[in-house]
Design a binder for this molecule. Structure first.
Ligand code: LLP
Length: 428
């Protein structure tokens, strides 16, 4: 059964009607399906099983402690990019020994936190960072396990803001520079290079960019080993795309068919850092229509979720399916494909209450007729939704609920106005 599905005119998350959740917890509300999250984790573990994979869930996609906890309980490792994310992993019971620490700008304090926790490895993105990791490790009397992040110069054919594997990107090192840095690293006692890391971008919907990248990785690993580095891990990052509009994503098995042979050829264990593919379609954002209004030919649906709750449409012009969570009489369930015309719809701009023209969830979106009080679902909102939310316009951030079969558990309460001003009131 699909985690989100319609039954008798009502949208359900697993066995719970969305309308019941909105009634109990209010709106805007993020709703996540535990079965969907764990199902994807299991299919990733199975697809890559031939290379003994460690799934390092990319915490940045959705860092809710409730989600991290179920991931840890089901054997997942983690990919963190800050001391804050590492702290969350610890609180959720995640193992540092299954955690990789990424990021182009790690501070000394963050490196120290990673060493103290005992992370599996640091993904090192520059020569200067290698020096910092070596210095901090020496100072605390430890040897830092590292992987060099290599930029294979392939075009992932995704939005330019989330493309990371091209030469001009700020991430990683090009192959020749990485080889030089590795040469120099041989003589550094306080680091041990055990891996090679690549992450070429996000929302990738073709296996081709991975095919181009993995071959370069195999070659580099061979060179690193010849220098004497004990490379045991091939970390291929994340990036697996999901269906936002229809059926644009490729199943993870197709990515595995490209990646597994290369990792085998390199004689390594595989680490992957999937974020969006695990959390994205496991979550929706529920909101309620406040007003409808017409201005010339334009129709606006003003509802209580805004760009501060889900910034992706404003920031990347990304498309999220939107459909009533309780169907008006005669309306069909949400169409599976954004391109298919649906009878009885009219184009609406779905906007929020924030004072910005960029505050929209959708433009000219065909929707059935809706009115004040109606409930809307914005789909594919589980990844890069709540984690990118802000308090702009002094709006409290939404609550989050994790559904498991018939049970719904509040995993983050709605912020109060007092929460928002507390750090300022503490100043005397
Ligand atoms: N590993 C590294 C080193 C990354 O930088 C990222 C994402 C991931 C793994 C996880 O990638 P995923 O499997 O989720 O594609 N806010 C943007 C996405 C930014 C992705 C940043 N890095 C969005 O909403 O589309």
């Amino acid at each position: 059964m699909e985690p989100f599905h319609y039954q008798n005119g009502q949208l359900y998350c697993e066995n719970v009607p969305a309308a019941e959740l909105a009634g109990r917890f209010g709106t805007p509300l993020f709703v996540y399906s535990q079965a969907s999250i764990l199902g994807t984790l299991r299919s990733l573990q199975a697809a890559f099983t031939a290379v003994d994979p460690l799934v390092c869930y990319s915490v940045k996609a959705n860092s809710n402690l409730g989600i991290l906890k179920i991931m840890a309980q089901h054997g997942s490792g983690f990919d963190v990019v800050s001391a804050g994310e590492l702290y969350r992993v610890g609180l959720a019971g995640g193992e540092a020994g299954k955690t990789v620490f990424a990021g182009v700008g790690k501070t000394d304090d963050e490196i120290r936190a990673g060493l103290e926790a005992g992370v599996l490895m640091f993904n090192v993105e520059s020569e200067a960072e290698l020096a910092a990791v070596a210095r901090v490790a020496a100072a605390v009397g430890k040897v830092a396990p590292i992987a060099l992040r290599v930029n294979p110069d392939v075009d992932p054919k995704t939005h330019r803001y989330i493309s990371t594997g091209k030469k001009e990107s700020k991430f990683g090192m090009d192959i020749e520079r990485a080889a030089k840095v590795a040469e120099a690293a041989v003589a550094i006692d306080s680091v041990r290079m055990i891996g090679m890391h690549m992450h070429i971008g996000s929302q990738i919907t073709s296996t081709e960019p991975y095919a181009g990248a993995v071959a370069k990785g195999v070659e580099l690993i061979d060179r690193l080993r010849k220098m004497g580095h004990p490379i045991a891990w091939y970390n291929m990052g994340g990036g697996y795309g999901i269906n936002y509009r229809g059926h644009e994503a490729r199943p993870v098995e197709e990515f595995a068919r490209v990646i597994v042979p290369a990792v085998k050829a390199a004689g390594c264990r595989l680490a992957i850092e999937p974020g969006r593919v695990i959390a994205g379609n496991a979550g929706i954002l529920l909101s309620r229509v406040l007003y409808t209004k017409q201005s010339g030919e334009k129709r606006f649906l003003i509802q209580d979720a805004a760009m501060n709750d889900l910034i992706r449409p404003a920031l990347y012009e990304s498309y999220h399916r939107i459909w009533p969570a309780v169907l008006p009489p005669g309306a069909a369930p949400a169409p599976e494909d954004s391109e298919s015309p649906v009878a009885g719809t009219e184009p609406w701009d779905v906007v929020g209450p924030v004072c910005e023209s960029g505050d929209f969830l959708a433009k000219d979106r065909p929707l059935p007729r809706l009115d004040t009080g109606d409930l809307l679902a914005t789909f594919s909102a589980g990844a890069y939704g709540m984690v990118m939310a802000s308090n702009y316009n002094t709006r409290p951030r939404a609550a989050e609920v994790l559904v498991d079969g018939p049970d719904a558990r509040l995993v983050r309460r709605r912020e109060t106005l007092e929460d928002l001003v507390r750090p300022e009131l503490e100043i005397t």
